[in-house]
Design a protein. Structure first.
Length: 223
């Protein structure tokens, strides 16, 4: 493989990770805020379900996703009949798998951050006439933003390194769905140690930078 082509999985990984992190951020923050304020029935059960991707094998998650978004799945059938698209063996499918795997990192960090916000400040904002969306955007979210951002950065790093669920949903198609982790696997299988080492180095440095950044955020230190 030419040196320039070694970066192709990196660009695809960054695209997949960014889309996955954005989806995990939107879903994780919204669910965390609702559950942190006890506005959802069965909070403990819902929290457990949302945290399952942290403990379930990625292949199990991949199986669930294949069942859901496959041609015979209710989501997959709806997408096919409504929009004529399929998520299987596409980079969008890889982004979906990465989003599901990284969602708990955003959710748990955001939930802990929202629980740390003084409810009296939110109640004071309500007495001043602020609507619920305004209370969230002007009080709750800014006060919890550091923890949320740290969790989001960890989710991004997790999305970059996702392997099992992505392999089952998107496959390992070079130039189409082959992310860094899949490219490393393919290089090792092919006996290309040089390529595997280069890809591992790129992945390790990228994830290390994200982990250092999230750690500094949690400690309140600048980058």
């Amino acid at each position: 493989m030419a040196p320039g082509l070694e970066l192709a999985p990196l660009w695809l990984t960054l695209k997949v990770a960014l889309v996955a992190t954005a989806a995990a951020f939107a879903a994780g923050v919204g669910l965390a805020y609702a559950l942190a304020r006890g506005r959802v029935w069965g909070t403990e059960w819902l929290s457990a379900v949302l945290s399952l991707p942290l403990v379930l094998p990625p292949t199990v998650l991949g199986y669930y996703l294949v069942v859901a978004v496959g041609r015979n799945g209710w989501v997959g059938r709806w997408l096919s009949e409504t929009f004529g698209v399929s998520l299987l063996f596409t980079w969008q499918g890889a982004a979906l798998a990465s989003a599901v795997v990284s969602l708990p990192l955003v959710f748990k960090s955001a939930k802990a951050a929202f629980e740390g916000v003084d409810a009296n400040l939110e109640n004071a904002a309500r007495t001043l006439g602020l609507s619920e969306p305004a209370v969230f955007s002007r009080v709750s979210f800014p006060l919890a933003s550091r923890g949320i951002l740290a969790g989001t950065m960890l989710a991004f790093a997790r999305a970059m390194g996702e392997f099992g669920a992505t392999l089952m949903v998107a496959g390992n198609l070079p130039g189409r769905t082959q992310t860094l982790s899949l490219a490393v696997y393919a290089a090792v299988e092919a006996g290309n140690e040089r390529l595997a080492a280069n890809l591992v180095l790129i992945t390790s440095l990228s994830c290390m930078a994200v982990l250092v950044g999230s750690g500094r955020l949690l400690q309140g230190r600048p980058f």
